[in-house]
Design a protein around this ligand. Sequence first.
Ligand code: UDP
Length: 239
Amino acid sequence: NSRDKKYKRILLKLSGEELMGQEGFGIDPKVLDKMALEIGQLVGIGVQVGLVIGGGNLFRGAALSAAGLDRVTGDHMGMLATVMNALAMRDALERCNISSRVMSAIPMSGIVEHYDRRRAIRFLKAGEVVIFSAGTGNPFFTTDSAACLRGIEVQADIVLKATKVDGVYTADPMKDPNAERYTQLSYDEVLDKKLGVMDLTAICLCRDHAMPVRVFKMNKAGALLNIAVGNDEGTLIEE
Ligand code: UDP
């Protein structure tokens, strides 16, 4: 049966920019609704879904720092941005009747619950989508690292990284018409070829803990479900 799931538990990483739709900033509820439906399809076939959302649609520490702000303050703002995105995503999921939780690496009593690995695993087992927000809780990290960290912690089978392009290419496919998509890469190839799929911290973490990563295009209808049932999409990075 092609609808049989390949993975029991996945960690999906969405960048903040994925949420802004055609606008240059902020959150587009229509985009969220679309994503919620795609995530709902996974839940529907019994896949447990952990979610990490970036904050780049609102604030990025490095950009704020370049504009003159203190870097650590900028990173704190970036992490808070991920909490806002997580709240918006929970709202969209719940409107689709998909039960979900937001956990934050930074305690924010009254708004979201504090991250607790064992509780997170319990929620995942109960079929709730768990959104891990506030990144790792530390400055100088990215939400890619947070996604790999949480994925490893909750023993996800794979980290799925959604990007604008449908995988990793030999060159930027937007600029180079001869760019070719890799179907599979090793962690070391990603590092040696400086492919810039994820930051080094994230890739090294996955390599050290043998966590496979699949890079794919979220904004391609059905791609997420396709991966969940074991079909080839994007680029797989593993040993
Ligand atoms: N951030 C951080 N620590 C983390 C995760 C994120 O300080 O563990 C901050 C950092 O400033 C980053 C911002 O939050 O620029 C938003 O995250 P990211 O840039 O990874 O979002 P994305 O590019 O995925 O939208």
